[in-house]
Design a protein around this ligand. Structure first.
Ligand SMILES: Cc1cc2nc3c(=O)[nH]c(=O)nc-3n(C[C@H](O)[C@H](O)[C@H](O)COP(=O)(O)OP(=O)(O)OC[C@H]3O[C@@H](n4cnc5c(N)ncnc54)[C@H](O)[C@@H]3O)c2cc1C
Length: 350
């Protein structure tokens, strides 16, 4: 860990996580450069269901992060023009995972029908999470970076980071095809690319590229009011009217590829929702989520070399706001955040 206030910070990755870091670091006065291999939000952030779902099954080593996630987004909404969360709540029923949050309420069929009047057969009971919402992750990433730039940050897209310069066991810059960008601290927020970058610094981080299927349909307005997560479908409707759905990736069989899954999901949605007959598929694809092997985010300085901070996590949209805030306090102010203690990369050193 470094002792002086870092001035020049290079954030690698312009997904929602890198964008949140860039915004929070720039608002603390750091000189920030974001370096992105492709375009803004071109990684998994571009195909996220983006549900601010703070529920969890069983004991939760990051309960403090999840517990602060909604308040952190509510704060960002007041600070970042264009970052808007739709706080419409979420309904869950008949799902196998049994995730709950302390704020969930058990509601009956008549209340479910009020909340989602297009459900053909509302279940007898559902869990309702009134405080939860969802956002447009691409728009939020652009909004965060726009404010970071207004605060002096530079964003370099189509600039893959190829390696690092290191002196006396301390990172001094990142190598790109256009030359070295000097840095006092680097932040690896490169999603599924984070492990390969960390390996160049001598750190072995077990991060799995975990596939999930994203689907987007053209749909009539007002079909779904909040989020519905059931045995049959996981759907929500964007402000622009498009209907989003997500499914677990099953395997490589042709019947489980995105186009086939999207056809099955569409017929499930038509069965479940009155007025959904006209939905039409716009996009179905696989997104690769950066998933630490033990399921716990990897956040903090790498022990192998000074000045290299890492952030790889799932659920990255849920946690981006709170983690950006706490990590920027660690990096710029030197204030370790106890809520991040379970996340340190050093746990993989043994
Ligand atoms: C179908 C689906 C549904 C999901 N639903 C949810 C949900 O409801 N809630 C939730 O919280 N999460 C959800 N997720 C997961 C969420 O989308 C991710 O956790 C989050 O977007 C990760 O953001 P990131 O910024 O870490 O990664 P990314 O968005 O992948 O950003 C990393 C960036 O780093 C860049 N990069 C990589 N290597 C380099 C390099 N060498 N040099 C420069 N740049 C580099 C990449 O190009 C990329 O743009 C879902 C994902 C999928 C696929």
């Amino acid at each position: 860990m470094i002792n002086e206030k870092p001035q020049r910070i290079v954030v690698i990755g312009a997904g929602i996580v890198g964008a949140s870091f860039a915004y929070h670091l720039a608002s603390k006065g750091a000189q920030v450069t974001v370096v992105e291999a492709q375009g803004i939000a071109s990684g998994v952030t571009g195909t996220s269901f983006a549900w601010i779902n703070t529920s969890c099954t069983g004991p939760d080593p990051i309960a403090a992060l999840r517990g602060g996630a909604i308040a952190a987004y509510r704060r960002l909404e007041t600070q970042v023009p264009g970052l808007t969360v739709r706080w419409h709540g979420a309904l869950s029923y008949g799902t196998p995972d049994g995730r709950v949050s302390p704020a969930s309420i058990l509601i009956d069929r008549s209340r479910i029908a009020q909340l989602e009047p297009h459900l053909r057969q509302p279940p007898e009971q559902a869990l309702y999470e009134p405080a939860q919402g969802a956002l447009d992750a691409v728009a939020a990433t652009h909004a965060l970076l726009a404010v970071a730039q207004a605060l002096g940050a530079t964003v370099r897209t189509h600039t893959p980071v190829l390696g690092f310069t290191v002196q006396d066991a301390r990172v001094t810059g990142v190598k790109t095809a256009a030359g070295v960008i000097e840095a006092d601290v680097i932040v690896l927020a490169a999603g599924t690319g984070t492990a390969a970058l960390a390996a160049q610094l001598g750190a072995s981080l077990p991060i799995h590229a975990s596939p999930a299927i994203f689907m987007r349909y053209k749909a009539p307005p007002g079909l779904v009011r909040g989020i519905i997560s059931s045995h049959a479908m996981e759907v929500r409707q964007n402000a622009d009217g498009t209907l989003l759905a997500a499914e677990d990736y099953v395997d490589e069989a042709p019947e489980n590829q995105p186009a086939a899954m999207a056809r099955r999901a569409a017929s499930a949605i038509r069965n479940e929702l009155e007025g959904a007959d006209a939905i039409a598929l716009e996009l179905a694809c696989v997104g690769l989520r950066p998933m630490p092997f033990d399921g716990v985010p990897i956040i903090g300085y790498l022990p192998q070399v000074e000045g290299a901070y890492v952030c790889a996590m799932h659920p990255g949209v849920v946690l981006a706001a709170i983690v950006g805030q706490l990590a920027s306090e660690e990096i710029v102010d030197g204030q370790p955040a106890s809520a991040l203690e379970a996340c340190r990369p050093a746990r993989f050193q043994a």
